[in-house]
Design a binder for this molecule. Structure first.
Ligand code: ATP
Ligand code: MG
Length: 364
């Protein structure tokens, strides 16, 4: 997979810009607030159909402009392709085109330009509550396994309906709960089974990267945490269903009293540890950054094994806070596939790739 070039018009602080990329490492260099992250955001938008820093599309359109246009030429799925997105400032929905054909939704471009993104906000994945860790599992699994995406969508829909019944707390509505619970148990077992297997591969691969990263000193482990009475998430679905059902029954009263869905894999999490110490409490900033990068590299590796295409690696501000040894490790692992990396100064990096200079919303 390879991105040849990108054309932007009215996107963030870019009036009109065009950039050509090389197959290996592309260094996006410039002073603060000149548009480096904006450029990565544009690439990522064409990859996923949404922006990673905002849910409001209007923020992506240059102040005062009527619309934004993003266009890319790339090689993937064994052919030359073209992606184009047009975003409008009013209520008009955005349009996405693949090879000139308008797509009904972002699903139409899924797999065309896959990417793995590291941005500074990702450092919270291993530090904060469970939600970002669950999101990490879900987003990679959804990309790799369409059946997982379907199951997760269905689970979320039923969970919302159940939550509404509990919230309204009208006893006559409680007759709906057994049916909801039954379906949540069925689908929940599938989610747990997928997550356990995926986390195992991710942990194996990330741990290897992290070990090299730390010069053999640190052992990264990731342990899946699901519904408390499930001690073996690899057990056959039948057993998972039985356990989930038991757990749900034992929480029935608590769910009604608290008016919340307390039982099920929507609360899943994993615990990352270094040499046995939980990272959330004990990891240093550099260790957190290193482990997060290892997870991202593992994510790329698993996607590559799965699809036979190497996703683009988008690294925003990845090198700050790392000591020289760890910086070298990151840079040495950028030798395969196409990489986009933003940074402020170039002295350490110039030998490894093409430098693209950004100044005040222009590509020089
Ligand atoms: P840093 O090195 O600090 O991370 P950066 O080069 O990554 O900087 P960006 O995040 O790309 O900087 O943002 C550059 C500028 O884009 C910001 O000053 C911001 O005000 C501006 N900007 C963001 N959205 C818009 C918009 N819709 N219209 C015009 N300018 C915008
Ligand atoms: Mg930036």
């Amino acid at each position: 997979m390879q991105l040849h070039n990108l054309y932007l018009r009215g996107f963030r602080n870019y009036d009109e810009a065009q950039a050509d990329f090389v197959p290996g490492v592309n260094l996006i260099v410039g002073d603060n607030a000149n548009g480096k992250t904006n450029l990565l955001e544009a690439i990522s938008y064409l990859s996923t159909g949404h922006a990673f820093r905002t849910r409001k599309e209007s923020e992506l359109i240059k102040f005062g402009a009527e619309f934004a246009e993003l266009e890319a030429r790339l090689f993937s799925q064994e052919r030359e392709q073209e992606l184009r997105a047009v975003l409008f400032s009013g209520r008009r929905p955005r349009q996405i085109f693949l090879n000139g054909v308008k797509q009904k939704s972002a699903a139409g471009i899924s797999g065309v330009l896959t990417s793995v993104l590291f941005c500074p906000e990702d450092l919270l994945i291993l530090k904060k509550g469970a939600a970002p860790r669950r999101k990490l599992l879900d987003s990679v699994l959804c990309q790799m396994r369409p059946n997982y995406a379907l199951a997760l969508g269905e689970y979320s829909r039923i969970l919302e309906q159940k939550a509404a019944v509990l919230r309204e707390a009208v006893p006559s509505m409680y007759v709906l709960l057994p049916d909801y619970n039954e379906r949540l148990v069925q689908i929940g077992a599938i989610l747990i089974s997928y997550r356990a297997r995926f986390l195992q591969s991710l942990a194996e691969c990330a741990s290897q990267f992290h070990r090299e990263f730390s010069g053999d000193r640190e052992m990264l482990t990731m342990q899946y945490k699901t519904v408390s009475n499930i001690d073996d998430p690899f057990a056959p679905l039948e057993i998972l269903r039985q356990k989930l059902s038991e757990h749900m029954q034992s929480h029935e009263r608590a769910e009604r009293e608290s008016a919340q869905c307390l039982s099920g894999p929507h609360k899943d999490d994993f615990e990352a540890a270094l040499n046995g110490l939980p990272m959330a409490q004990f990891a240093s900033q550099g260790q957190t950054r290193t482990a997060t990068i290892s997870i991202k590299l593992a994510e790329r590796e698993l996607l590559k094994r799965d699809t036979d295409e190497e996703p683009l690696l988008l690294l925003d501000d990845v090198l700050s806070e790392l000591d020289a040894g760890r910086q070298d490790f990151v840079l040495n692992h950028l030798r395969s596939g196409q990489v986009f990396i933003t940074c402020c100064e170039t002295d350490r990096l110039t030998e490894i790739g093409q430098v693209i200079r950004i100044e005040n919303g222009s590509v020089l």
